[in-house]
Design a protein around this ligand. Structure first.
Ligand code: MN
Length: 288
């Protein structure tokens, strides 16, 4: 099932180029109280949301008419993997513009950079959906695209064993981990408003037979920049979830960005980014 968020507070089931709006969402979500439980309440009640989505029929809307928002509204955190494809590590070693950062390490010497660097967090306020343009900040710097498969965690969990990790995933989506290059810490350079773009919708796990071997790609103005398979990940998806849950309690809606393959490169105002992942669709973002 493909589920999109649109017009701010609406959710719908995507069928081809039509969207069937889900009715009665407020009946399955908890009433507002303070303080709210950590995590995204729609994802926390995802089984009920999926039931409603399955029943959504009748009038449908044209997908092309809708403003698609980030499909996860209120995650407790965005967890991201650095340097998780070998060829990306190699290009970082070759390109001083990517390489120059606060860590000052020779990443190409690391067989498993995550074992040295761990994971990092991006600000939740950097989240955006595909229908809004990406407004570059710090235009004097290089601003790079990074296409990544993203797992959306479905339930609160801690210390998840590797062999159970995929059972915590409520949905998959495409992510763009946009990055300002420079000497500062990763979380600083990757967290401007709009620099974490998710979408175009959530895809439920039964649609993706093997997330550990699917293709991802990215073009800028129709020219291919990135293409790889998730089978080339250095630290696989179950291992990333297990590692993250060793360090943080994971909550419903938490986002795990699994890392980007080689081919990262700059974007400029006026560019159009198209990013796709096998079985998940394509994300289109205009750069301003
Ligand atoms: Mn990244």
């Amino acid at each position: 099932m493909k589920l999109c968020r649109f017009s701010g507070n609406r959710f719908g089931r995507v069928e081809g180029d039509r969207v069937y709006p889900i009715k009665g969402l407020s009946d399955v979500l908890p009433p507002l109280s303070w303080p709210p439980a950590p995590g995204d309440q729609l994802i926390a009640n995802f089984d009920s949301v999926r039931d409603l989505a399955g029943k959504a029929d009748g009038e449908s809307l044209a997908l092309s008419d809708l403003t698609l928002d980030c499909p996860v509204a209120n995650p407790s955190k965005i967890i991201a993997a650095p340097l998780n494809y070998e060829k990306h590590v190699e290009e970082v070693g070759r390109d001083i513009q990517i390489h120059a950062n606060s860590h000052g390490s020779k990443f190409e010497d690391f067989a498993n950079p995550i074992a040295k660097l761990g994971l990092f967090l991006k600000a939740n306020s950097s989240l955006a959906g595909p229908s809004q343009p990406l407004i570059l900040t710090h235009g004097d710097r290089r601003n790079d695209h990074e296409v990544e498969l993203c797992a959306i965690i479905g339930r609160e969990c801690r210390n998840v064993p590797v062999n159970e990790a995929l059972s915590t995933v409520a949905a998959w989506t495409i992510g763009l981990d946009m990055t300002v290059r420079g000497p500062e810490d990763r979380s600083f350079r990757k967290s401007p408003d709009g620099y974490t773009i998710l979408g175009p919708w959530l895809v439920t796990p039964e649609e993706i037979a093997d997330p550990s071997d699917i293709e991802l790609w990215l073009t800028v103005n129709g020219q291919e920049r990135q293409r790889a398979r998730t089978s080339q990940l250095t630290v696989g998806i179950p291992e990333l979830i297990a590692l993250a849950s060793e360090w943080y309690t994971l909550y419903p809606g938490d986002i795990i960005m699994t890392g980007t393959p080689d081919g990262v490169g700059p974007v400029e105002p006026g560019d159009r980014i198209e990013a796709g992942i096998e079985g998940l669709g394509e994300l289109r973002v205009d750069v301003r």
